[in-house]
Design a protein around this ligand. Sequence first.
Ligand code: GDP
Ligand code: MN
Length: 381
Amino acid sequence: MDLLEYQGKQFFARFDIPVSDGRAVDTVEQAVDAAETIGYPVVVKAQVHAGGRGKAGGVKLASDADEVRHHATNILGLDIKGHVVRILWIEKASDIAEEYYASFTLDRSRKLHLGMLSAQGGVEIEAVAERDPDAIAKIWVDPVDGLTPEACRAWVADAKLNPAATDGAVEILSKLYTAYTEGDADLVEINPLILTDDGRVHALDAKVTVDGNAEFRHEWGDYEATQVRDDREEAAYAKGLQYVGLDGSVGIIANGAGLAMSTLDVVNQVGGSPANFLDIGGGANADVMAGALEIINNDERVRSILINIFGGITRGEEVAKGILEALDRVSIDAPIVIRLDGTNAEEGRALLEPHLSDSLQMEPTMLDAARRAAELAAARA
Ligand code: GDP
Ligand code: MN
């Protein structure tokens, strides 16, 4: 789950990371009230699940009530990269001497946490990585050992921040690592991490992604309430399906997240474009399959459907029965291509065989099935 900036700052504050005093509001009058309470100057900040708000006109300084009113009026309702602003964060303005970048995320290939720190903050880190990769100091942290104070200090030295920022940065980064691990985050990013004119180091922005699977350990109801999902994702979420909407025309149903991702790759590889990611989990019973087919059938982008199932504990004939029963219940507009492999696949395929037609096809391999689905989608474009 992606947090809005103000939620990220509240998350940081729980781990004692310094952030500015602020209030989340959703009307112009509340924005003015908040500013009067906080004291001027303030910053009026759009709260959307997108970066680059500053450039898009979603971050404005205000030094009196009229300016707050003016900016709040302009920013509420503003569309930033397809996200309409409904919430504002009003915070005490800071005097910035320097802007840095700091983050922790997981380096999956190394199976270690990765910290990144740069003296060139405030801009997109991707741009820094491209232009001047040496300007990003990296540290890999073994989760068993944690981030030691010595390692943290060496990392900060490596980033060549202003010496005045060293102690503050070491302190914040240690806390940020704690927030990242104990807070069950997949990503914590501060851009900019600032050095103020009076020598304090401070988080001016917050980008936090928490691992939804850890929800049972936390109280994350507020984060849930501000998640943005398109209509397809909302419907899939209501059915408890692991679904991500995409822009292509081949609807995908697969069992297991790994197989679902491979299916997307293979569809792309053969020149098709996936309409979604959808993992129906280990089993493939009729209820789940029917739900999955409904979600995909309601997606007007979909021109063909690829069902890619590898039977494991769930045997092939159960999968086949599930598919057939689901097809009895929901009528599907787009042609379906099935690839069924794994445990008892032959038995499963034998059950499907008599039902095959132009609108229900079967292919022996994942590659063949992806090709067929991509062709069908192209033909019906
Ligand atoms: P983003 O554009 O979505 O990353 O939003 P940020 O929260 O990072 O704000 C963008 C930029 O606005 C920052 O890099 C700062 O340069 C500026 N900014 C944000 N807050 C303040 C503040 O309190 N004082 C000043 N002077 N500038 C700020
Ligand atoms: Mn930022």
